[in-house]
Ligand binder design. Structure first.
Ligand SMILES: Cc1cc2nc3c(=O)[nH]c(=O)nc-3n(C[C@H](O)[C@H](O)[C@H](O)COP(=O)(O)OP(=O)(O)OC[C@H]3O[C@@H](n4cnc5c(N)ncnc54)[C@H](O)[C@@H]3O)c2cc1C
Length: 422
């Protein structure tokens, strides 16, 4: 049997590996890092003396590929979230609090009901969502929706910035539409917030590696791909740093970030513009409050923080499209975030800044602008035994866990379909 070589052990690479092994293929996985998981992993932080995630990650119950992946590797029960599709919000500027809830519509949920609970928003205003569907390739989110409305400020803008990690004036409206269509328009069953109960690695990475290893998959960490050797229409060898060459008798999935893929694949013109995400983690001594609906997170308007996540004794703040914030010094960022936390949630631990860690992911995702979206390549390449995967490839979705896993699945399916490797 030939081997499928998967370069990149982030979620797209792991998803490709799991699907190929499920279909009886032999796989070998390589990553330049000394760990798998890429941008979606957990680690021990020495300052906090806690295990934290490389950025808070939110999933929704509509993320069927992500949930399917977890089910296959035996981690289907490792996500947690409230029973209801509900999101508490606070507006620090206006001093208001509310909860957005999503219900299942009639006809077994086939008729969507708009979300409820957003102050000063009528149900009819949600009809504006259809403009996203008709948006042209150059349309931005801000150019498509009514930016003066309460609905925009209290719903569309936080949703779009979180999902697209790009400011609405620059973000492609066409990429927000699939998110809305797969979640908001399908009702409560598809809008439940989900987070990794113990950590991203504990959900997505460790169980997948154990599952793959038990089935004979090879995992090579500390292997950096430098180039590819081609023979006619096929990849013939993988050239790794340290003069390590691996002959390819089967196929290759490149599950690399766009800049790395662009360096090794001639002719690839990937989206290279990126946006930052800044996270602040605070270890607090006081008991954490319970949020409405037992939500693991609260949305924040009118401050620096955009989302506050609670897990055990760590309160974490996420700010997306945060390139400007990422330029600030960490103590100043922590100070602003902590002030927002104190105002957003009921936490009784004095005025002093607790132990904290600020993590700036300067290239968290590609920028979801119309011009970047045009540069997303298909999984299939002009080399018959080479597929691309990664959240930046043309999945039709934003760069998310769901998109990454779908891209890995798609690359694996194409290899099986073409049977190009046996
Ligand atoms: C801070 C932050 C917050 C996020 N929040 C959310 C969220 O709330 N919800 C959500 O769904 N998604 C979120 N995401 C996005 C999600 O993490 C990514 O979409 C997903 O992890 C991407 O997986 P990937 O496999 O495509 O890429 P990666 O995880 O980047 O994997 C690529 C792998 O390739 C390896 N590599 C690179 N170059 C080479 C080379 N030359 N040779 C060998 N290996 C190489 C890297 O080490 C890496 O392991 C967030 C991301 C960040 C950074």
């Amino acid at each position: 049997m030939t081997t499928v070589h998967i370069v990149g052990a982030g979620l797209s690479g792991l998803a490709a590996a799991v699907r190929l092994v499920e279909r009886g293929r032999r796989v070998a996985i390589y990553d330049q890092a000394d760990h798998a998981g890429g941008r979606c992993r957990s680690y021990h932080d020495s300052v906090l003396d806690r295990r934290i995630d490389n950025g808070n990650h939110l999933l929704l119950s509509a993320n069927t590929a992500a949930r399917g992946f977890l089910a296959v590797v035996g981690a289907g029960d490792s996500l947690t979230g409230p029973r209801r599709a509900a999101f508490p919000f606070v507006d620090l500027a206006g001093g208001m609090r509310w909860e957005v809830t999503f219900a299942d519509g009639p006809l077994l949920g086939r008729l969507p009901l708009p979300p409820r609970g957003i102050p000063d928003v009528t149900l009819a205003q949600f009809m504006g969502a259809w403009r996203l569907r008709r948006a042209g390739p150059d349309a931005t989110v801000a150019g498509t929706l009514d930016t003066g409305s309460a609905l925009y400020r209290r719903f569309w803008e936080p949703l779009a910035v979180a999902a697209l990690n790009t400011e609405c004036a620059q973000a492609a409206a066409r990429l927000l539409w699939p998110v809305v269509a797969e979640t908001v328009l399908r009702g409560g069953r598809y809008c439940r917030p989900l987070v990794a109960r113990d950590g991203l690695s504990e959900s997505f990475v460790d169980p997948a590696l154990a599952w793959l290893r038990a089935r004979g998959a090879g995992l090579h960490l500390g292997w950096r791909l430098r180039g590819l050797t081609f023979a006619g229409e096929r990849v013939a060898a993988l050239d790794f740093a340290g003069d390590r060459q691996v002959a390819v008798d089967g196929a290759v999935v490149l599950a690399l970030p766009p800049a790395s893929a662009g360096r090794v694949l001639p002719g690839l013109d990937p989206p290279l513009e990126t946006r930052a995400i800044v996270n602040g983690h605070f270890r607090v001594a006081a008991p954490l409050p319970r949020l409405p609906y037992d939500s693991p997170l609260i949305g924040v308007l009118g401050g620096t923080a955009e989302w506050i996540f609670l897990r055990r004794d760590v309160v974490s703040v996420t700010v997306s499209a945060a390139d400007r914030l990422a330029e600030d010094e960490e103590p100043a960022i922590a100070d602003r975030m902590w002030r927002d936390i104190r105002r957003a949630i009921d936490i009784d631990c004095g005025n002093e800044l607790p132990v904290y860690r600020v993590v700036k992911e300067k290239r968290a995702t590609f920028a979801h602008t119309p011009s970047s979206v045009r540069r997303r390549p298909k999984a299939q390449t002009r080399w018959t035994n080479l597929m691309l995967a990664g959240d930046w490839t043309d999945t039709g979705l934003p760069a998310t866990i769901e998109g990454a896993i779908r891209s890995g699945n798609a690359a694996a399916d194409l290899l099986q379909l073409g049977n190009s490797t046996r």
